[in-house]
Structure formats: structure tokens, C-alpha cells
Ligand binder design. Sequence first.
Ligand code: AFD
Ligand code: MN
Ligand code: MN
Length: 427
Amino acid sequence: MILDKSLIEQHNQANQSLHKKKFEALSAVLSGEGHDVKTILEKIAAFQIAIPSWALGTGGTRFGRFAGGGEPRSLEEKIEDVGLLHALNQSSNSISLHIPWDIPKDPKAITQLAASFELGFDAVNSNTFQDQADQKESYKFGSLSHTDKAVRDQAIQHNIDVIRHGVDLGSKALTIWLSDGTDFPGQQNFRRMFERTLDSIQQIYAELPADWKVLVEYKPYEPHFYSTVIADWGTSLLFCNKLGEKAVGLVDLGHHLPNTNIEQIVSRFLMEGKLGGFHFNDSKYGDDDLTVGSIKPYQLFLIFNELVEGMSSPEIKNPELSWMIDASHNIKDPLEDLLQSVEAIKIAYAQALIIDRPALEKAQAENDATLAQEIMQNAYRTDVRALLAEARQQAGAALNPVAFYRESKIREQLVSQRGAKSFATGL
Ligand code: AFD
Ligand code: MN
Ligand code: MN
């Protein structure tokens, strides 16, 4: 569906006076603390987060899936949904495709459709964790690490095909998330699994266009429960270093064991110039794929602290990052959830931008842990939402996207167009 922009203006008008009060009060505080509000607004407005094509429908667990209605039935409708999100928040100007769930049959038409919503294509994702109906070899015992060369070759070829689809769409990166691993001690030789995987990814790497990257995602467990080949950031970095310059690590926030210090991992990757991007989500236990910022917003802020600090530091030479969401919406409306996720990411970014860095550095030099905490939490406890709303309004988006989405009954309209039982591809 195409959004009538005048409805956004009406919404903004109706919410103007309260917004103005909040924004003016916040601007006064920030200016008083020595920040340049205009520059912060520009940075917030420029920050864009890619939407995954697999998160526009209802997700599920191994116990079941409860469809929400009005789900996109095709890649075209998924692009429309991302276009809708972008119109609402002007913060999601690209889509990340999962192949073969979303093979673009007519790439030219798809690129044009995306461009009509001012969207481009972020990293393309391969899938060698499921068997497809027409597939010769099975991935039951792995793909790029498999003991059988025929299986490895098929998985390598799939990744090369995904690169080709991505080239047609103007993507610049391939994301490899490998489910390969083992369930029982002794099932495989760890070293040989690593070596076979490296050899496979090297063959894929050789097919990357000059201006492409390969993002190497890691995950400690699931679907295999004893070991995974790329289990952690160290293994991801090891692969990247062995592969070469175009290989960079991908941090999915849900892919860590409980209490892992993810912000330190981010710092390490940045230090090595090997941070490729993020899959944002939140989690309580593992790969829960919950709404970003719903469980551990402080951790998200601490991650952005590392990013803002690292990327403004002259010693850090890291390539541009891919900012993506990777989520599964099991009980919420996926579009509402994605709006909340983008908001949470931008809140953490804005809060990291207002950390008093010179004061923090001084506190660190003086080993003043109390003051360092005061400085960090002063930024974290600042309610920056009016800044985000102002940046959105200036860009022609809605002051409150979720409220607007509900007022305009967008989901109801999608249900009436697509049906209550439409089904989006994905997990
Ligand atoms: C996995 C990974 C990954 C993959 C996705 C599939 O996080 O990025 O593409 O789920 O749905 O857990
Ligand atoms: Mn992921
Ligand atoms: Mn995941």
C-alpha cells in the first residue's frame, strides 16, 4: 500500500504542541551541556538501518506459529512493507534479502520497485541450513564444513549464486551464517571441520566482486547443541584474517552466551578494523530474536558507546558498517516491532553521541570509576526521544510512527488487501 503523506502531516500537526515543548526542553539541556543539537540531529537523521526480508511476517518457534494476518505474500509486498516503514520513520532505507526465501525473479523490476520507495539492498544472506525441495545433496550433517565434497560444492555454488543475485540488485555484501556444527562429542574432528569450512569460504571469497565484503556471522549453539564451526567472535575473526581484506565479522546480539560482554567484542573487532556490521535484536537467554532494546537497553547503549568512540578515533581504520535487524516477531505485529527496534537503535546511538567524552577520558586517566559511571549514566538517562522525533519530522516522517500506524489502521488495510491468512516466507 502507498501511504498518503498528507496523513503524516496531519498526525504531526496534531502532536505538534507537546512535541515542541519536549524538544525545546531537551535542546536547552543539551546546549547547556555543550552539545551542538543541530549536528546531533543531522547524525540521527542520516543513520539508516536495513530491514530483513525474513522479519516481515510472523515468526514462530518449534512449537508453533501464530499468523497475524496481512503478511506480505511476495518479495514485491515485502518491499512495499519496508517502503511503508521508511515512509513512517525515514530511517530504514534498505532491505536485506534471504536467498532462496526471496529470490528476485526480475531483478530489474525489483530494483525499480525498491527505488520507487527510496530503498536499496543491503547484504544478501545465503541459506545452507535448510534443504530445499529441488536440492540434490542434504545439509543434515553440515554444508560448507561437510565431510563430503559434493555437499560442500553444492553449498559453495549456492553462495556464489547468492552473490550473483546481490550484484543484480546493487548489494555490496554477502552474509554467511553457517549452522554447521555437531550435537555429540566425538561426532567430528574440530580442526578438520574448520579447515574444510575455510577452504569452502575461500572459494566463495574468490567470487566476490572487488567492492564487496563477506560478513562472517558467529553463533555459539543452535541448531546444533554441542559445537558450532563458527561459534564465537574469535573464530569469526580467525576466519576473516585467513580470508583477507574483504572478510569482516558480523555481530548478532542474540548470538552470545548469557552475560557476554558484547561491547568489548565490538571494541576488539573495531580495533582490528574487522567489524562488518550488526544483526540487532534482543534476548534474555540466547537467540531469542526479540525487539531491539526490549530486554537490555543499557547494553545496547554501551555497544553504541564503543561504536561512536571507535569510529571517531583516528587510530581506527574500519570499513563502513552494515546496520541490520535480525528478529523474529512471534506475538507482535512485525511492522510495529520493526518500528520499535529502529527507534531503540537510534535512541542508543543518540545517547552515545551525548556522552561527555573529554570528561570520560579524564575520569579514566584518573581511575575515577564513580565519575566515569556518572558520565555514562547521565547520557543513558537522558530522554532523547524528542530528538529522534524532531529528526523524523524534519525528514517528513511521523512524530510517533507506532501511534500513526495504529491511528491509520495500516495493519487492518493490509489484512483487507492480502487476507487474514497470507503467509510470508522465512523461518
Ligand atoms: C540465524 C542467524 C542468521 C540467519 C537467520 C535465519 O542469526 O542471521 O540468517 O537466523 O533466520 O539465527
Ligand atoms: Mn543473525
Ligand atoms: Mn540469530
